[in-house]
Design a protein around this ligand. Structure first.
Ligand code: MG
Length: 382
């Protein structure tokens, strides 16, 4: 069986089929975002209840503020409240694979304005389909899935003092802490004014050569910076994520052409297929897939085709609770996910996760679904 062959779920009480939940979680470290510093996150969860009472879960990755791609958790909740009744109205059954078309029939712009809301609804339906048929997500991945996912530590934003030399020491300290915990890949925020050259040089001086360094620039560099970003590769930065703004195809191609650093796009692609197209177009060398934005069905489809392009791939995360984090671990079991993903222990983020915590041990997260039906993590208080 593959994902598209999963039987549809039966719809019962229309009013109670799609339920939205908001949960507030305390962060273990404050996060600096576009609109200030956050000590907690208010996450949006989508629950899909079938006629038989089977419950599927999807987590909306949209953050509290609009700094990432403009979509916020509040706006996603309002959108889903409005559109969910229309998606299921008059229908006796539903598949995850049909959710996007049904949403688009009501609101043609939904996928571009609310990609994370649509993905969360699709994931909740997919999770319900899998649970209804006692199917573990990994069993549909085609080639034999891996038993563990390669974890990666995201060091996060550096705080309000990024312009000071002390910020360099703070990043080095966080990096050493993550390496001591066994993480084989570190992701740091890079960009103009963030002492990136000093940080990369110093990290390479103190780290084992096997530790992979990835810099996420969130599109902060300008066309004049191509040579500078290439030089970071020569200093030992292995990967750069979204170095230039989303529309700047020329600079991304110029950077890839230098051959000094591997390049992946995040904000610059609007869907999993876009990510593959960017690879073919030489705008990147590797693929990062964010199921929170693209949905799991599209991610699996692209992973099934990624190997023939010789590209590496990893799973990108948001500030995920265990509901999405477990699902990402299970997607990272796909054999084409060859690089460490944005998957760390729940304890790096949350004082208390909503689900059984994800635990990275010596850089690996054991895939839970080898033995359990479904895709998403289930909230413990659900
Ligand atoms: Mg990114």
């Amino acid at each position: 069986m593959n994902l598209s062959a999963l039987p549809p779920v039966e719809i019962g009480d229309t009013a109670g089929t799609v339920r939205l939940h908001r949960r507030k979680l305390d962060l273990v470290r404050q996060v600096v975002a576009t609109h200030g510093t956050h000590a907690s996150r208010r996450v949006l969860l989508v629950e899909f209840v079938t006629a038989d009472g089977v419950r599927g879960w999807g987590e909306c990755g949209a953050p509290d503020d609009s700094g990432y791609t403009g979509e916020t958790a509040d706006a996603a909740a309002t959108f889903l409240e409005g559109i969910a009744p229309g998606v299921i109205a008059g229908r006796r059954s539903l598949t995850a694979a049909s959710v996007r078309a049904l949403v688009a029939a009501i609101d043609p712009d939904a996928a571009s304005r609310h990609p994370m809301a649509v993905a969360a609804l699709e994931t909740a339906v997919l999770d319900a389909q899998l649970r209804t048929t006692d199917t573990a997500f990994e069993s549909l991945l085609g080639s034999p899935p891996k038993r563990a996912a390669l974890a990666g530590a995201t060091l996060g934003n550096q705080g309000p003092d990024v312009s000071t030399a002390a910020a360099v020491d703070a990043v080095i300290a966080k990096a050493l802490e993550a390496v001591a915990l066994g993480y084989p890949r570190l992701k740091l925020k890079i960009g103009p004014g963030l002492h990136t050259t000093d940080i990369v040089r110093e990290l390479r001086a103190v780290l084992d050569g096997g530790v992979v360094l990835l810099g996420d620039a969130n599109g902060a560099y300008r066309p004049d910076d191509v040579a500078h970003v290439a030089s970071l590769g020569e200093l030992g930065l292995d990967f750069v994520e979204q170095p230039f703004p989303a529309h700047d195809t020329t600079s991304h191609q110029a950077l890839v052409a230098t051959g000094t650093i591997r390049v992946a796009l995040d904000e610059g692609v609007n869907g999993a297929t876009d990510a593959l197209d960017a690879l073919v177009n030489h705008e990147c060398t590797d693929i990062t897939l964010k199921p929170a934005r693209f949905g799991f069905i599209a991610c699996v489809d692209v992973l099934n085709r990624a190997a023939e392009h010789g590209a590496g791939a990893w799973i990108g995360g948001m500030f995920d609770t265990g509901v999405a984090r477990w699902a990402n671990v299970r997607l990272a079991a796909h054999p084409a996910v060859t690089l460490a993903s944005d998957i760390g222990s729940s304890a790096r983020y949350w004082a208390t996760d909503l689900t059984e915590p994800v635990v990275a041990d010596a850089g690996l997260v054991t895939v839970p679904g080898m033995r359990s039906p479904g895709l998403s993590g289930v909230p413990l208080d659900a």
